[in-house]
Design a protein around this ligand. Structure first.
Ligand code: URP
Ligand code: ZN
Ligand code: ZN
Length: 464
């Protein structure tokens, strides 16, 4: 059924104007003021967007759904996570495939792809974590890039003996990535330093969640960012530092950029909204807020918002990695080192950025769209199919009501997690209608689409 969105204030990363948007066969085919609905097919679905913004569908470039990690698995499946994403205005996600050290990359890719194909409600693509790197793995990585639309790798410098990559393999992988034009996303924290500091703290009887941050201080992260940038400089590879939480880490990336290194920086919404006092709450409540890198001092939040405003930080993602408080986070009741790392934010991200970024004057609407949609599309090879409102782009659109106020709560969250990290916080603005390739899939925080209609977005390598 064709779709007409009338009279909305269209806001993209660069433009701001009022017009109608007409969509047929999954794409935007006309943008003009005053399109006369009498000239359109009679079955056209008409949405009145007067008084509302119309944004390009938001893109979350850092999501975990199937995440076997720290002795458990994240609690969402591809249906619940992607319904939550759509309800919050996110129409495309990039999920991290995280295989174990013995798993073949090709098998991991098809495992994740099969899961997503049957259940995903929003569009999706993948970063593939390179954990195994023998000759078979190397050959499979090349085939996935040439034949399966894989265009980004992931490396973990953290998580010793679980997911971390050796320097020997990192250097060779980045050399290969450069040759293939693949961008490498990196979790930048020094695994050995964290391991030693965790052991020291636990030996001193410091076992509660409040010791998680001291076990991986800012210097550990800055070292990680410097490390990936140094290797990128030596190999010519393009790299993307994920979930950068503090000034010291951002500065290392900016120093490298000044030297000519092709590095992009991601911030994630938990670090921008919450500070480390949340993880210091009593009665093990702090476990809800354990993620890595950890929540930092409040002063770091302004650095991140300013970095987004100045475009030093390219993207705001979520690092959605939901673990229940009961039955999962409590695996670490005797030691913070056993608390599964991660938080859920895929539904809340856009509203949090609008409420605490735009409404407070920290960033403008163009910067919001750029950081939450357009830059991810550009960096990861999906622009202008995604991340834009143009004739020919996918009709992924968010009709956003800035006057809708409420609170964030587990009661309204479509993720399967048993708590909301932002419980009780004020929300200003909400997606009133979300379309995915021309079909209405969410309304006023509810998923209203047909299950499983998300599709895989294959990508071409562009980072030569
Ligand atoms: O704490 C986090 N970030 N959990 C998910 C895994 C990762 O490191 O991204
Ligand atoms: Zn990470
Ligand atoms: Zn992550």
């Amino acid at each position: 059924m064709p779709l007409l969105i009338r009279n909305g204030r269209i806001v993209t990363s660069t433009d701001d104007y009022t017009a109608d948007i007409y969509c047929e066969d999954e794409t935007i085919t006309r943008i003009a003021p005053g399109i006369d609905s009498r000239d359109l097919p009679p079955d056209t679905d008409v949405i009145d967007a007067s008084g509302k913004y119309v944004f390009p569908g938001f893109i979350d470039p850092h999501v975990h759904i199937n995440l076997p990690f720290m002795g458990t698995n994240a609690i969402d499946d591809h249906a619940s996570a992607t319904k939550a994403a759509l309800a919050g205005g996110t129409t495309t996600i990039i999920e991290m495939i995280c295989p174990g050290p013995d798993d073949e990359p090709a098998v991991a890719f098809s495992t994740w792809a099969n899961m997503a194909e049957s259940l995903a409600c929003c569009d999706y693509t993948f970063h593939l974590a390179v954990v195994r790197f023998d000759e078979l793995a190397k050959a499979q990585l090349r085939e996935l890039v040439s034949g399966d639309g894989l265009a980004s790798f992931k490396v973990f410098l953290a998580y010793l003996d679980a997911l971390d990559v050796s320097d020997e393999n990192l250097f060779e992988l980045l050399t290969m990535a450069k040759e293939l034009g693949v961008i490498t996303t990196a979790h930048c924290e020094n695994a050995v330093a964290i391991d030693r500091m965790q052991k020291r703290l636990v030996a001193e009887g410091k076992t509660g969640p409040e010791w998680h941050e001291p076990s991986r201080p800012r210097g550990v992260e800055a070292e990680g960012v410097n490390h990936i940038c140094s290797f990128a400089e030596l190999t010519g590879a393009h790299v993307y530092a994920v979930h950068t939480s503090c000034e010291a880490a951002v500065r290392r990336a900016m120093d490298a950029r000044l030297r000519g290194v092709n590095v992009w920086v991601e911030a994630v919404i938990p670090h921008m909204i919450l500070d480390k006092t949340y993880a210091e709450q009593e009665n093990f409540e702090g476990a809800k807020y354990i993620m890595s890198p950890p929540l930092r001092e409040r002063t770091e939040q302004e650095i991140l918002w300013n970095g987004v405003r100045g475009r030093e930080i390219s993207t705001i993602a979520t690092d959605h990695a939901p673990f229940n408080f009961k039955g999962q986070k409590d695996m670490g009741i005797n030691s913070f080192t056993e608390i599964p790392n991660g938080m859920a934010s895929v539904q809340e991200r856009v509203d949090l950025v609008h409420t605490y970024g735009v409404c407070t004057g920290r960033i403008d609407l163009h910067t919001m769209v750029n950081a939450c949609s357009t830059e991810a599309a550009r960096i990861f090879g999906m622009f202008p199919k995604k991340g834009a409102i143009r004739v020919g782009s996918d009709a992924d659109l968010v009709v956003y009501d800035p006057s809708d106020v409420g609170i964030f709560s587990v009661e309204t969250n479509l993720s399967q997690i048993d708590y909301c990290a932002y419980e009780g916080m004020q929300r200003r603005g909400r997606a009133s209608v979300v379309t995915l390739r021309g079909k209405v899939v969410a309304k006023d925080g509810q998923y209203v689409g047909e299950a499983g209609t998300g599709v895989y977005i294959p990508r071409e390598p562009t980072h030569f």
